[in-house]
Design a protein around this ligand. Structure first.
Ligand code: PPS
Length: 311
């Protein structure tokens, strides 16, 4: 994928004090007027925004939040694709490159809207920084997220024919410096104590999902009975989500028209591990990835454990 640098019309100066003009931001090319359209977009007070780096547990969190916000309506959750219940803000534009229609799936959604985005804080709508609707952020070790992305893009056809090793080399050289997952997370990490922000990690969800559900209930002013909790824990387990057609992005997959789509198939909910990269990457590749990550962590003066909320 090609990326182009974009300059937002405004920055979240009221949230984080820094020289935002030095913050390099990128969109997949051609970005057209999409950054401005998003910057100008209307945000509703009762919106819930789920923001992540790609492949960090977004779907898992969306399914959980959708169920909490919809009285644990498992019947609908099991019959309607998650992408239609909780749309991905950038998806339509990624497929059609047409700004006119790009935001419609979100604009036409009934309230309260549960919106997924991978955009950096400064590329999100300006009204989000002013109105401060509920924002949920999930962080995952970028090495596991990158591997997950490789299989996802092989599936879509974009990376078909490329080895994981080739993908990682190209990613670390070209894409990761532009779509820096550490700075993406750090900007939300800095907001973690704001009452309108819930910051968590893939690790915390794996370690104790019940606790995350309880925390989210407080954050969203919702409650669940013990019976609903038991059902949520089962429904949201890796095994159940892996076999659930509505959480495996089949709707999204059908929209992608790449000629190599489906030549090699990997389930969307694939391996669901912490540290799965250790089984897939050679030690020298892990070192290379760690060097990139470490450099970025030092720039922000934060540790991976802090971003993963393990410290
Ligand atoms: S996307 O395309 O950015 O929205 O992808 P995202 O949903 O963020 O991340 C997909 C990865 O999350 C894993 N996942 C889970 N892990 C454990 N338990 C549950 N219930 C679960 N649901 C999704 C999914 O398997 C992808 O990770 P990998 O490493 O590829 O398995």
């Amino acid at each position: 994928m090609e990326y182009e640098e974009v300059t937002p019309k405004s920055y979240p100066v009221n949230l984080i004090k820094k020289d935002w003009t030095q913050r390099k931001l990128y969109y997949t090319s051609p970005a057209k007027s999409m950054p401005d359209a998003v910057n100008n977009m209307e945000v509703l007070d009762d919106d819930i925004w789920i923001v992540t780096n790609p492949k960090s547990g977004t779907t898992w969190m969306q399914e959980l939040v959708w169920l909490l916000m919809n009285d644990c309506n498992f019947e609908t959750a099991l019959s309607k694709d998650l992408e239609l219940r909780s749309p991905y803000l950038e998806f339509d534009f990624m497929i059609h490159r047409n700004v006119e229609r790009a935001l419609k799936p979100v604009q036409e959604l009934p309230s309260p809207r549960i919106i997924k985005s991978h955009l950096s804080l400064a590329l999100l709508p300006a009204q989000l920084w002013q109105k401060k609707p509920k924002v949920i952020y999930v962080f995952r070790d970028p090495k596991d997220a990158w591997i997950s992305n490789y299989y996802h893009f092989v599936n879509f056809g974009f990376q078909y024919g490329k080895t994981l090793e080739q993908y990682m080399d190209e990613l670390l050289e070209k894409e990761a410096p532009k779509r820096d997952p550490i700075l993406h997370a750090f900007e939300f990490y800095q907001l973690r104590n704001e009452p309108w922000v819930y910051y968590t990690s893939y690790n915390l969800m794996k370690q104790d999902l019940r606790k995350v559900i309880e925390d989210l209930c407080k954050f969203l002013n919702k409650s669940v009975t013990e019976q609903q909790m038991e059902r949520l824990l089962k429904h949201l387990s890796f095994e159940e989500m892996k076999k659930n057609p509505t959480t495996n992005h089949r709707w999204e997959y059908a929209q992608v028209q790449h000629p190599n789509r489906g030549k090699e198939v990997h389930n969307f909910i694939r391996s669901g591990k912490i540290g799965g990269h250790k089984e897939e990457l050679k030690p020298e590749q892990i070192e290379k990835a760690d060097r990139f990550i470490e450099g970025r962590l030092q720039e922000s003066q934060v540790t991976l454990e802090q971003l993963l909320v393990l410290k």
